[in-house]
Design a protein around this ligand. Structure first.
Ligand code: TEU
Ligand code: CA
Length: 545
């Protein structure tokens, strides 16, 4: 029997910012342990934790120097074992984050490679340069800005890094590398971990030759590579994790590939993350150019992905937020007058879809972007690199700060807002990353006592998936509302029907779709379902048998 991930919801924890147990301003594993009852109260089944393994933290733990040990900043192996056991007692499973596309440059394997050990050089992608070594094999750019190749003078070779130079890419063509990584999975599986999230898993299979390939983004040339499906299948079947919940993070992937990654017949993954719907506000496809979201495109993307995955036996992870994204309420909603309504509407839209919903810490509170006004407030390597790149492009400091305030990953990484006290109850000390001022009103304590809060609304959304098979298993079809600001879809399952209607605008919006009478399962307005016209950010879910 496959694990029942279809009626499950996953809660994502960014460990560094969730809860600090020892007053050093940094979230940790014992902090997570102290909040497991809160997480249980949400009704979720799994917790995905971002990497807390040994790391120099150049990319906040996505640069792993030892996959089988805990970064002392976050705790000890004992803390980790206790955390897994405590969660298990509450019926919650942990999904650990496996960063297998690259390691840290401080990893023992890479250190040996740098010393010229041929066996370990073959763990990475070292290439001869062009023109006697002076130029990289191909002019590629890395994800955080700058070139994707780094020259090592002592070896007279270049190594590939799709992200920071401190994150050299592993050579998956080498069977020894694949065995090492399987070993990591087995190690954590034996500790009682219930599932895995795989970082940028569709980038692992690189082209056979680099010379002569088109210049530009390294990402684009390496995505969904020639052996990616067989590598994933091998990893999953050899480690016996096919029955567990697994999610692959797929950068710039295609629908066809995601069907292949997740159709059970292929023995790859339970589900994957794709990001196209989170680029509808990128002007000309550029993350660092601002534009309001294109709602027509948003609908088209959801319609295509949801309906096609459903027809071809694929499965989506559905989400708005994670540690790489700005906060959704600040982005597609309204932080001001309609803060509550818009946060609830966005939650409704995701949670009634076909797929497994992911809630990112603080999303259930309607946490907002950070509102930083100085470059010194930022921590993320990507934010700092791009700030400089924007200035080099001739953009003013103010304008560059405005772009960061909308797009930087740090917006989603500010500490969890637990209460209105010092440092939002996250820590006794000043946190590693500055809190937004609004923690005095947006926090768990305040929302626990308000029956109408975003927090309590999310609890209800999560519980509905458990109660109604039409939500967890139904087919999906997008409906035409006659208004591009109002998105609607229908779910069907064994004679049951569910219609979700969401107004993505802060105005009253008329629609031409007529909706049959039915039970209002959930709505963000007290007297839900006044059709013909929707109120600002209104969301209604109507159930019929
Ligand atoms: O993110 C992968 C990824 O593609 C991101 O770089 C994303 O496109 C970017 O954040 C948007 O600007 C994963 C991790 O989630 C991220 O935190 C890591 O930095 C990255 O991989 C490298 O491991
Ligand atoms: Ca700590």
């Amino acid at each position: 029997m496959r694990n029942n991930f279809k009626n499950s919801t996953v809660y994502q924890i960014y460990v560094k910012s969730f809860c600090d147990s020892n007053g050093d301003g940094i979230g940790d594993l014992n902090g997570i342990r102290s909040k497991l009852r809160y997480i249980k109260s949400l009704g979720v089944d799994y917790i995905w934790t971002t990497p807390f393994f040994c790391s120099p933290m150049i990319d906040n733990g996505y640069d792993v120097s030892d996959y089988k040990n805990i970064n002392p900043m976050f705790g000890t192996m004992q803390d980790c074992e206790a955390m897994i056991a405590d969660a298990e007692e509450l019926g919650i499973g942990f999904m650990f984050d496996m960063v297998f596309n690259h390691t840290s440059n401080k990893h023992e394997w890479f250190q040996k490679a740098l010393a010229g050990d041929k066996e370990y050089m073959d763990y990475y992608i070292f290439q001869d340069g062009l023109e006697g070594g002076k130029k990289p094999p191909v002019e590629w750019t890395a994800s955080f800005g700058g070139p994707a190749w780094e020259y090592v003078p002592s070896l007279n070779k270049w190594y590939l890094h799709l992200f920071d130079p401190a994150q050299p890419d592993l050579n998956w063509e080498n069977p020894k590398v694949r065995e090492e990584l399987k070993d990591v999975i087995r190690f954590w599986k034996a500790k009682g971990v219930k599932g895995f999230r795989f970082d940028v898993l569709n980038l692992i299979s690189k082209p056979e030759k680099f010379v002569g390939l088109p210049a530009g983004s390294a990402h684009r040339c390496c995505k969904d590579g020639r052996h990616v499906h067989e590598f994933i299948r091998e990893l999953v079947t050899d480690t016996g994790i096919e029955e567990m919940i697994t999610v692959g993070e797929m950068a710039s992937t295609t629908l066809d590939n995601c069907i292949r990654y997740t159709n059970p017949d292929n023995h790859e993954l339970s589900m994957c993350f794709s990001f196209h719907h989170l680029k509808v506000d990128y002007k000309d496809g550029d993350k660092w150019s601002l534009m309001p979201p294109d709602l027509r495109k948003l609908r088209e993307l959801f319609k295509e992905w949801q309906e096609e995955m459903s027809k071809h036996g694929g499965w989506n992870a559905v989400f708005w937020c994670n540690h790489d994204q700005p906060r959704i309420v600040s982005r597609f909603g309204d932080e001001g007058q309609y803060w509550k309504q818009s946060a609830k509407m966005l939650g409704t839209f995701i949670h009634m879809l076909r797929g497994t919903p992911y809630v990112y810490q603080g999303e259930e509170l309607g946490m907002t972007n950070a509102h930083y006004t100085s470059i010194d407030d930022y921590d993320d390597v990507e934010a700092i690199n791009y700030y400089n790149i924007l200035l080099q492009r001739g953009i003013s400091q103010n304008e560059a700060l405005k772009v960061l305030a909308n797009r930087a990953r740090d917006n989603g990484r500010t500490p969890m807002q637990w209460n209105a006290e010092n440092f939002a109850g996250f820590s006794d000390a000043s946190p590693w990353l500055k809190l937004p001022d609004n923690f005095t009103s947006i926090n768990v304590d305040a929302e626990e006592t308000d029956p109408d809060s975003i927090l309590n609304y999310y609890r209800k959304l999560i519980s509905l998936r458990k109660k109604y098979r039409v939500i967890s298993e139904g087919e999906i079809r997008f409906l035409d509302t006659g208004n591009e600001k109002v998105l609607a879809y229908e779910r069907t399952f064994e004679g049951q029907k569910l219609i979700t209607v969401c107004n993505f605008s802060g105005d009253y919006e008329k629609i031409s779709l007529s909706i049959p009478e039915g039970e209002v399962l959930i709505s963000n307005y007290e007297d839900g379902q006044k059709f013909g016209e929707l109120r600002p950010y209104e969301a209604d879910v109507i159930y019929n048998v």
